[in-house]
Design a protein around this ligand. Structure first.
Ligand SMILES: *Cc1c(COP(=O)(O)O)cnc(C)c1O
Length: 397
C-alpha cells in the first residue's frame, strides 16, 4: 500500500492552502530546491561542459523517460523527454501520418485541448490542401474511425470535464481500420493507470508539469511503440536525434529507436527538478493512487451537491469514466473561483463557465476535501463571490 501521508510530506505546500490544481501545475517537491541548487552549483558550476558526461546530463531524457514509462505501462526504452507537449503532438502526428502515406485525414474530437488541434492544423497546412483535420463530438469518435482516417489523435482525459475515452477499445477499432493512434496523456500520466503496451498503442505524448509535478516549463514526453520506433521518420530531425550527433555529418540519419525523437539540447535544470518529482512517484503505486482519487472525487461531488445547489456537475458521474478531476458549471464560475482562491482553496476556471478541481492523492487527503467544500459552500451560500474584484479577468485563469 502506498503511504500517502509520507508522499504528502514530500511536498512543500504553503501553510493554509488546499491545492486542487495539480492537474494544471503540480506543487514543489521538497527535495527539488536543494537538488536543483546542487546541480547548478556542483555540476554546472564546477563541471562546466564536462557535466554532459560526468553528471550524466545527456542520458537524462531517456532515463527520466523510463521512469515515466513505468507509470504509463510503457516498455523500457520507449519513452523520451524533451520540448513541450505542443511540439511533441506535432512530432507524433507528423511521424504517424507517414506510416499511412495514402490517407489524408487526422481525426480528433471537439473536447480536445485547443493546442493539440492548432498544432495539427498547422502541420496539415504545411503538408498541403489535400490533408484534413476532422473534428467531431467526443461521443461520435467511434463511428468516424473509417478506412480513410490516417491518424486518430485523442486526449484520453478531457481537460475540461474529466471525461475519459476508452483507450483500449478505440485503439483496437483504429487498428482494425488501418489507422494509427496518437494518445495525449496530459491528464492521464500520474492521474490514472495507463497501460500503453497492453492497449497496443502506437504513439503517446504528455506533459510532466501537471500530475507528475516536474515544475513550470518541465519538458514533455513522447512514447513510440517499440514495433514502430525504428521505422518512424522524425519530422523534427534535430541533431540530438541523429544516430551520431558528434560525428557532425551533413546528412541526417535517425538514431536508434526512441532516441530519434530527441530534437535539441535538453533542459537540464528542469529535468533535475523533474527527477526529484519522480523520486516521490517511486513511493506510489498507480492502482492505489486511482483508488484514492476515486474516493476523493466521490466525496467532493457528494458534499458539493449537498451544499451548493447552484453548481452543476460537468464531469461524468460514473467514476470509471472520469479522470482525476471534477468540474462544476456555474455562470459566475470565474468570480466564484477567485473568491475561493482568496480563501486558500486553489482550483481553476475554464471558459465559459467551468470551475475545475484536480484531485491528487500524493498530497490531497479527505480532510482537505471536506475543508475545501466548507469554504466553497460559505462562498456560494453567502454570495461572497459577487464583488467587482472577483470579476477582473487575469491573464492566466
Ligand atoms: C496542458 C496541455 C497541453 C499544453 O501544451 P504545452 O505545449 O505543454 O503548453 C497540450 N495538450 C493538452 C491535452 C494539455 O492538457
Amino acid at each position: 500500500m502506498t503511504d500517502f501521508a509520507a508522499t504528502k510530506a514530500m511536498f512543500d505546500l504553503p501553510e493554509g492552502v488546499i491545492y486542487l490544481d495539480g492537474n494544471s501545475l503540480g506543487p514543489l517537491p521538497r527535495a527539488a530546491g536543494d537538488r536543483v541548487n546542487e546541480m547548478m552549483v556542483q555540476e554546472w558550476g564546477q563541471m562546466l561542459i564536462t557535466g554532459w558526461n560526468k553528471a550524466g546530463w545527456m542520458g537524462l531524457p531517456t532515463g527520466l523517460g523510463d521512469r515515466i514509462g513505468q507509470l504509463i505501462g510503457a516498455e523500457p526504452g520507449s519513452v523520451v523527454i524533451g520540448d513541450t507537449l505542443s511540439i511533441k503532438v506535432y512530432q507524433a502526428v507528423a511521424s504517424a501520418l507517414e506510416l499511412c502515406p495514402d490517407r489524408k485525414v487526422v481525426l480528433s474530437d471537439s473536447g480536445n485541448f485547443p493546442s493539440d488541434l492548432y498544432m495539427v492544423d498547422g502541420l496539415l497546412r504545411s503538408l498541403g490542401s489535400d490533408y484534413e483535420l476532422r473534428v467531431v463530438a467526443p461521443e461520435d469518435i467511434a463511428k468516424n474511425v473509417t478506412e480513410n482516417v490516417a491518424v486518430l489523435m485523442l486526449t484520453e482525459v478531457d481537460y475540461r470535464s474529466g471525461r475519459m475515452h476508452d483507450m483500449k477499445a478505440l485503439t483496437e477499432l483504429a487498428h482494425a481500420n488501418g489507422t494509427i493512434t496518437v494518445w495525449d496523456l496530459a491528464h492521464s500520466a500520474g492521474a490514472i493507470p495507463v497501460d500503453l503496451a497492453g492497449c497496443n498503442a502506437d504513439f503517446a505524448v504528455g506533459c510532466t508539469y501537471k500530475y507528475l509535478n516536474g515544475g513550470p516549463g518541465a519538458p514533455a514526453f513522447i512514447y513510440v511503440a517499440p514495433r514502430l520506433a525504428n521505422r518512424v521518420r522524425p519530422a523534427l530531425s534535430g541533431w540530438l536525434g541523429h544516430e551520431s550527433p558528434f560525428a557532425f555529418d551533413l546528412d541526417y540519419r535517425p538514431g536508434n529507436g526512441i532516441e530519434r525523437m530527441r530534437v535539441g539540447t535538453p533542459p537540464v535544470i528542469q529535468m533535475t527538478a523533474l527527477s526529484s518529482a519522480m523520486d516521490v512517484w517511486d513511493m506510489a503505486n498507480m492502482q492505489d493512487v486511482r483508488t484514492k482519487s476515486i474516493d476523493l472525487t466521490e466525496l467532493f461531488i457528494e458534499r458539493v451537491e449537498a451544499t451548493c445547489p447552484d453548481l452543476h456537475l460537468a464531469s461524468p458521474r460514473d467514476p470509471e469514466r472520469r479522470g482525476s478531476q471534477v468540474s462544476f458549471r456555474f455562470a459566475d464560475g470565474y468570480a466564484a473561483m477567485q473568491a475561493l482562491i482568496a480563501r486558500g482553496v486553489i482550483g481553476d476556471f475554464r471558459a465559459p463557465d467551468i470551475m475545475r478541481f484536480g484531485f491528487t492523492p500524493l498530497y490531497v487527503d479527505e480532510h482537505d476535501v471536506e475543508r475545501a467544500v466548507e469554504i466553497l459552500a460559505d462562498i456560494m451560500q453567502n454570495r461572497l463571490w459577487d464583488t467587482p474584484e472577483n470579476k477582473v479577468r487575469q491573464r492566466v485563469t
